[in-house]
Design a protein around this ligand. Structure first.
Ligand code: WT7
Length: 642
């Protein structure tokens, strides 16, 4: 029997859910008339013009549409609105640099000036509504300013995670034909002060035909190669620009941003989110999931390069007028107490991080957190992967002193915001379960034949039977791929790609991806991408990668590699494989284990049987399951005997 945790405390004054019963009743009401519910939720943000219809989604056509004809601006909602409400002098961002001694506060008034001036500079450079702008930066305030400036003028940003390689950056710039790139001279993280951001951009700029300009933040004062006519420093770019910029009136369904994410096949997909539904959904969920009150200090440790940064650093929190910490550094610099030192220093009330970070910190013992005053903490969140019992309990006891609810938030780049999570103080938690869907979210579990599973204690494919405002609208430039990926497996439903288990209380337990997508330290990586990158290394014939259970990363990458005839396995080849993966994708996609082998287990039609490789990697070779479809059963012995 898994223990349920009810957390005492006054958590529900804002959301109005005072008990589980009330909350469950609300869900039944929402189920009866979801349009009425979402119409009410949508009033939380400012619209220039109200919508005419709430929801015109049709899953059978893969058509998602919310708040038809509504007009708004995301940057207006994140900044101007709060200033109009008298909060201009409130701190919006507390930027904590990698350096312990350096932090900087930015008020909403200041944010407006920075965003407006940068927006005017973009316009002066002929960036127009609908144009794509790539942002390749680390966690510095200018990254957020750049995103909001794009939103202000209706340009569509595409943020590329700062650890991605030149090649990955190039592919993303080219896929969405970005006209302008915003980056910084160097990145600073932990002991590294020379992450080659501009250099990475320089390496590929000539291979990006759409790219006209590169704007460079002078983060480090380092000398980096600048090409005349194309490259310009941020401070020169904004020189002479007015600090007032009227926000562009955007339609609810005008694109807000593109964010690339990995799938089971092909190149990463450009997930497109639009303005109205996304703003409503991130704003609403940020408030209810974290029980965010106006005077709270909030800190999400994610990077803006991922959806968590978009939804729960930029658009959700800022639309709620938050005061938040943004952190440039890493959890283990100068030591493993850094997170807790920041919590104490900035009196953080709401803290949101990833299980992988908790595992890494837990391993270093309790002395680090115990040195700091963590009494400001009120709600603790996790995201990105299932949180297992040891780190859940450590988070709950050692960090939260058994006073803070843990909100295990399940969602995806595609969903825009959290779909399942306990509501603090109202939904009892169970370690490892994302508990219940939020109001208006209608999940179902399907069996192999696409039939709905109604029995508790069963595992199935997790789908959503109804849309919600924050749902992605399309794969940029490839609507057919959107249909094929998400709406073909179970027609009439959104297919999440995750498996889940539902228990007798109706609680969901995410069991992980059911497709060939890996989750390494909460980073989503496609097996096909890694295999392709390994295949590009000299001497490699073929590669198959699978995820295996890894203590810290959750999932580690295990690569089985066959070499060209006549090429002998060696450490040099391993080194080259790692370098090639780093070059093509980035260091986070490097395999933890490389095993050379003579052949890969394949079906007669040539499909790699990853199920078998998984067993071999996990040392579960006694029971390999059904191997009767293998084209050449003898490869198994050679794989095991290595
Ligand atoms: C995949 C989505 C959502 C922002 C970060 C990741 C896994 C995410 C949880 C959770 C179990 C989780 C799923 C999902 N995942 N949150 N709380 N419990 N699994 O976004 O890169 O789009 O990855 O991450 O497998 O499908 P993403």
């Amino acid at each position: 029997m898994i223990k349920k945790y009810n957390v005492p405390g006054d958590f529900s004054s804002l959301t109005g859910y005072d008990s589980l019963e009330e909350y469950l009743k609300l869900k039944i009401d929402v189920h009866k008339d979801s349009d009425a519910y979402w119409a009410k939720v949508a009033e939380r943000i400012d619209w220039f013009e109200k919508w005419t219809d709430v929801n015109k989604t049709n899953y059978h056509d893969a058509h998602i549409e919310w708040f038809t004809n509504g007009k708004l601006n995301a940057s207006y909602n994140c900044i101007d609105r709060h200033i109009k409400n008298g909060l201009g002098e409130k701190t919006a961002l507390i930027w904590q640099s990698n350096d312990v001694n350096v932090s900087k506060n930015v008020t909403y008034n200041e944010l407006l000036v920075h965003v407006s001036q940068f927006a005017n500079a973009l316009k002066r450079s002929n960036i127009q509504k609908g144009d794509r702008v790539c942002i390749y930066m680390q966690m510095i305030p200018e990254a957020i300013v750049a995103m909001l400036a794009c939103a202000r003028i209706g340009a569509v940003h595409s943020v590329v995670f700062g650890a991605f390689s030149s090649d990955a950056l190039k592919n993303r710039i080219n896929d969405s034909e970005c006209k302008l790139l915003i980056t910084q001279d160097n990145g600073v993280r932990g002991t590294k002060h020379d992450i080659p951001m501009k250099e990475n951009a320089n390496n590929i700029a000539d291979e990006c035909p759409s790219l006209e300009k590169i704007v460079v933040v002078d983060r480090c004062g380092n000398d980096v190669a600048m090409q005349e006519g194309r490259d310009i420093y941020w401070h020169d770019f904004i020189k002479g620009c007015d600090t007032v910029c009227e926000p562009e009136v955007m339609d609810a369904e005008d694109p807000l941003f593109i964010l690339y994410t990995s799938g089971s096949t092909g190149t990463p997909k450009g997930v497109l989110h639009t303005t109205g539904g996304y703003m409503v959904y991130t704003s609403h969920t940020h408030e209810i999931v974290f029980d965010h009150h106006k005077d709270h200090i909030y800190w999400c440790t994610a990077d803006i390069g991922w959806i968590t940064g978009h939804s729960y650093i930029v658009y959700g929190p800022l639309s709620n007028g938050v005061t938040q910490v943004i952190f440039e550094g890493v959890p283990n610099y100068p030591d493993f107490g850094r997170f807790w030192q920041i919590v104490e220093q900035h009196k953080v009330n709401i803290f949101y991080t990833a299980p992988t970070a908790l595992r890494a910190l837990m391993k270093e013992g309790d002395d680090f957190p115990n040195q700091y005053d963590l009494s400001s903490l009120r709600v603790l969140g996790t995201v990105g992967e299932p949180i297992k019992s040891p780190e859940w309990h450590w988070y709950f006891q050692t960090i939260g002193k058994e006073k803070c609810p843990i909100v295990d938030t399940w969602w995806q780049t595609e969903t825009g915001g959290v779909l399942m999570s306990p509501i603090p103080g109202c939904v009892p938690t169970k370690p490892g379960s994302a508990t219940l869907p939020l109001p208006g979210i209608e999940p179902a579990l399907l069996d192999e034949n696409g039939n709905k599973i109604t029995e508790p204690n069963t595992t199935g494919f997790l789908v959503m039977t109804q849309s919600w405002p924050g749902q992605m609208r399309t794969v940029y430039g490839d609507h057919q791929r959107f249909k094929d990926t998400y709406f073909s497996q179970a027609p009439g439903n959104y297919f999440t790609g995750d498996g889940a288990f539902i228990d007798e209380d109706g609680y969901y337990w995410i069991t992980g991806r059911v497709d060939d997508v890996l989750n390494v330290s909460g980073h989503r990586i496609g097996t096909a991408e890694v295999e392709g990158a390994i295949g590009a290394a000299t001497g490699v014939a073929e590669a198959a990668v699978i995820g295996y259970t890894h203590d810290i990363k959750g999932e580690g990458i295990y690569a089985f590699v066959t070499l060209m005839t006549g090429v002998e396995p060696s450490d040099d080849i391993k080194t080259d494989i790692l370098a090639t993966v780093t070059k093509i994708i980035g260091p986070h996609a490097k395999p933890s284990v490389i095993q050379f082998c003579d052949g890969l287990p394949k079906t007669r039609s040539g499909k790699i049987m990853r199920r078998i490789l998984k067993k071999i990697a996990q040392n579960e070779t006694d029971d390999l399951g059904d191997i009767s479809t293998l084209a050449d059963p003898s490869v198994i012995d050679s794989l095991i005997n290595k």
